[in-house]
Write a protein that binds this ligand. Structure first.
Ligand code: ATP
Ligand code: MG
Length: 159
């Protein structure tokens, strides 16, 4: 069954809408030309998106913005990203951020629960689909995590 990409992003937005409202965080969905439907491992991609959005929510103060973006890369991959206007990640931590159990210093996230597994699981899933995941962040400005999923000519995920 083909997945409608816009619908997939709207569904993930719905799953978090209660928490978003509580924190007065608004979401924007940006869909670039060429994005339509694809044969995807919907459960896997949902798990990646949920992990990234739960981070964006957790590490973005009240009143922030989370942007979900879908585009097609030049080499025909589906590219999805989650961008927030949150606390950001210090440069010194960026190298290790995808490691299992790695969390940025506890003082800053004392009240924010977590085990440090979300990003490592996201990376595992993306890699299992032949894609890659990148994270860009600026302290006190925000964070963007983007990942790609290769598609074949019929818009089928290459797994
Ligand atoms: P879990 O996801 O297992 O509940 P977690 O959120 O702490 O716990 P990860 O999702 O792997 O673990 O993230 C690792 C660390 O990276 C976090 O503890 C946090 O310090 C930092 N981080 C991740 N995403 C963001 C983000 N969007 N903004 C700021 N910091 C982030
Ligand atoms: Mg997390």
């Amino acid at each position: 069954e083909r997945t409608d990409i816009v619908e997939m992003l709207e569904d993930v937005e719905d799953r978090f809408s209660f928490q978003m409202k509580q924190k007065h965080i608004r979401t924007i969905i940006e869909v670039r030309p060429g994005v339509s439907t694809a044969m995807l491992d919907r459960d896997g991609i949902d798990q990646v998106l949920d992990n990234l959005i739960s981070n964006a929510l957790k590490y973005t103060p009240d009143g922030g913005t989370i942007t979900l973006d879908a585009s097609i890369t030049e080499d025909g991959m589906l590219s999805l990203s989650v961008k927030d206007t949150g606390i950001g990640i210090p440069k010194k931590d960026l190298d290790r951020i995808f490691e299992r159990f790695y969390r940025v210093d506890k003082a800053r996230t004392r009240n924010l629960g977590g085990t440090g597994l979300g990003l490592s699981i996201a990376r595992e899933i993306v890699r299992a689909h032949g894609g890659f995941i990148t994270l860009q962040s600026e302290l006190e400005k925000g964070t963007t995590v983007a990942f790609t999923i290769p598609l074949n000519d019929e818009g089928r995920a290459l797994t």
